[in-house]
Ligand binder design. Structure first.
Ligand code: SIN
Ligand code: MN
Length: 199
């Protein structure tokens, strides 16, 4: 049974170690075709997470703002969403529609992500499905409007979170990671995959 935290559905240990390793191999293939890059915030500072994507769209940010784009900064189309990742969407999203983007975030030592809403998609009726791999991350959950009390939960490798329904626009972020807490990534760090319907 998933845990419900402020409307987010957390499936702890959804993926076993072998499934995590297989997914990691699939992510490595994506990253070979579409290398990680550091997006610039609209304020002109590079974000501390490094990102890439698979699917028809990838998430992108620069001084003109946040948006989805059909090509990697190198000009190439994004690789296909690996079947191992798509299968997680099919089991937990509760919807028939296919995801169009798998955003891949890499959190190195000292990386964090401020509280934000996922609101660059066209229709918030579709959930966002988030998969955590590697080091533990302290995930903070706020409210559907900015401010107010928040709650935090440590996300572990193999955990899957569904951000949908009335919680689709709930503020969330990652305060810190416990660098080196998992042995999945030989050089440490945390990967987070978010599957999204974009259009
Ligand atoms: C995100 O909100 O894009 C990432 C969340 C996470 O890293 O768990
Ligand atoms: Mn987000």
């Amino acid at each position: 049974m998933p845990l419900m935290i402020r409307g987010f559905k957390l499936h702890q240990s959804f993926l076993g170690v072998e499934a995590q390793r297989g997914m990691l191999e699939d992510i490595r293939a994506v990253v070979r075709a579409a290398p990680f890059f550091s997006p610039m915030t609209p304020y002109g500072k590079p974000m501390s997470v490094r990102i890439t994507a698979a699917g028809q769209y990838g998430w992108f940010s620069d001084k003109t703002g946040y948006r989805y784009v059909e090509t990697h900064p190198a000009g190439t189309p994004w690789p296909k969403i690996p079947a191992s990742i798509r299968a997680v969407w099919d089991s937990v999203s509760g919807v028939e529609r296919a995801p169009e983007c798998c955003l891949i975030n890499y959190y190195g030592e000292g990386t964090k992500m401020g509280l934000h809403q996922d609101r660059d998609e066209a229709d918030f009726a579709w959930p966002v499905v988030s998969i955590s791999l590697g080091d533990e991350g302290l995930f903070r959950i706020g409210n559907t409007t900015r401010g107010g009390k928040t709650e935090s939960v440590w996300l572990h490798s193999g955990d899957v979170m569904v951000m949908g329904g009335p919680a689709r626009l709930t503020y969330h972020g990652v305060d810190r990671i416990r660098f080196g807490s998992s042995r999945l990534l030989p050089k440490g760090g945390r990967l987070n995959l978010t599957l999204r319907v974009v259009t």
